[in-house]
Design a protein around this ligand. Structure first.
Ligand code: PLP
Ligand code: COI
Length: 348
């Protein structure tokens, strides 16, 4: 058994701290080099690197957990590998092979086993794969050299308040363009949402609710998570984007299966008009993602109008609570893993 680091796991927020080793692989002369683990958590770049000028960067986020039986596992890493592949292609970057991605996640988590928070601590090890253009470019074109890295860092809840309901607001800005890059995990989308995010936080909101960038009529997602709603009939309503600008969240796609197969719920995936929120058609709402898990939303504000969900700001609604418990139960080994989502990492 690896001896764990002496950390107050329960007090961690969503912040970075360097751990023991990171993973790095270099792309040069048309191929990805053999990856290695490194204690160096810094990167040296040419001032003319593609990442610094034209933002060729994509990333991922997943978590490693300690299960009830003491195993170290992560959740559906193949899905992150696939999404990063798609993200890379969209930005004309050479995809990192998907099997090597999963292998690299295993290596880096294993190398930092002492940093994986213990079962029941409320914390997890956040795993951040990223890939960026190191090659020099001055005209607007894809670089010819790249770096793929993975670092890990122990984290607590992403939205402060943890599992308490949060408030969000409708943003006056868009986070993505119609048929742009909203459906991939590229740093540029987050740069785009930074101003809206800062202003939301200043106003006491956990995040923004972005409407579709074409008609500003439909609910898309937040700055760091997908939305879920529960209607008056108890159905789970999952917003779809007709402009292809919602990130395909692994958590959301898993929760759809959890709702159907574990909880016997009816799930409807469709475009969701914001008018339905205004009209009080939903009794619960939540934001879901790797970092957010499921964060219940108690209130959505639009300018000076306040729309309070029936579940309110005090209590987590019963459906969001059940979804969260079931998902985290599967991840931590308390519940049966019907779909083979939990990926064990051999550390001994
Ligand atoms: N939407 C955005 C904009 C995100 O940044 C994230 C986080 O990865 C998600 C949704 C949730 O995706 P996932 O569940 O794959 O973490
Ligand atoms: C994640 O959930 O992994 C993300 O990347 C969201 C990010 C905004 C922290």
């Amino acid at each position: 058994m690896v001896e764990k680091k002496d950390i107050e796991w329960g007090k961690l927020g969503f912040a970075y701290q360097p751990t023991d080793l990171s993973y790095v692989s270099i792309y040069k002369d048309g191929e990805w080099g053999e990856g290695t683990l490194t204690p160096d958590h810094t990167v040296t770049l040419s001032e003319c690197s593609g990442i610094l000028h034209y933002c060729q960067e994509v990333f991922e986020g997943l978590k490693a957990y300690t299960t009830k039986s003491g195993d170290i596992v992560c959740f559906r890493p193949d899905q992150n590998a696939k999404r990063m592949h798609n993200s890379a292609l969209r930005l004309c970057m050479p995809p990192f092979p998907e099997d090597r991605f999963v292998d690299a996640v295993e290596k880096v988590v294993k190398a930092n086993a002492a940093w994986v928070p213990p079962f029941g601590s409320g914390a997890t090890l956040y795993v951040r794969p990223l890939m960026f253009a190191t090659g020099e470019v001055i005209g607007v074109s894809p670089a010819t050299e790249y770096q793929f890295r993975i670092f890990v860092t122990p984290v607590g809840p992403y939205y402060t308040g943890g599992v308490k309901p949060v408030k969000v607001r409708i943003s006056e800005y868009d986070r993505a363009a119609p048929h742009g890059t909203g459906n991939i995990k590229a740093g540029l989308n987050y740069a785009m949402s930074m101003k809206a995010g800062v202003e939301a936080h200043e106003g006491g909101y956990a995040d923004n609710l972005y409407l579709d960038p074409q008609t500003r009529t439909y609910v898309e997602e937040s700055g760091g998570a997908n939305f879920l709603f529960v209607d008056k009939d108890g159905k789970l309503v999952v917003p779809q984007s007709f402009t292809d600008s919602i990130l395909p969240s692994v958590t959301r796609r898993s929760l759809v299966e959890v709702a159907k197969s574990y909880l016997g719920m009816e799930v409807v995936e469709r475009p969701v008009k914001f008018q339905e929120v205004r009209d009080g058609e939903f009794v619960e709402a939540g934001m879901c993602g790797t970092a957010a898990v499921i964060s219940p939303v108690g209130e959505v504000d639009e300018g000076d109008k306040h729309y309070v969900l029936a579940s309110g700001m005090e209590e987590v609604g019963p459906v969001m609570k059940k979804l969260r418990e079931t998902l985290t139960g599967i991840q931590s080994g308390k519940l049966e893993d019907k779909f083979n989502w939990v990926h064990k990492i051999d550390v001994d």
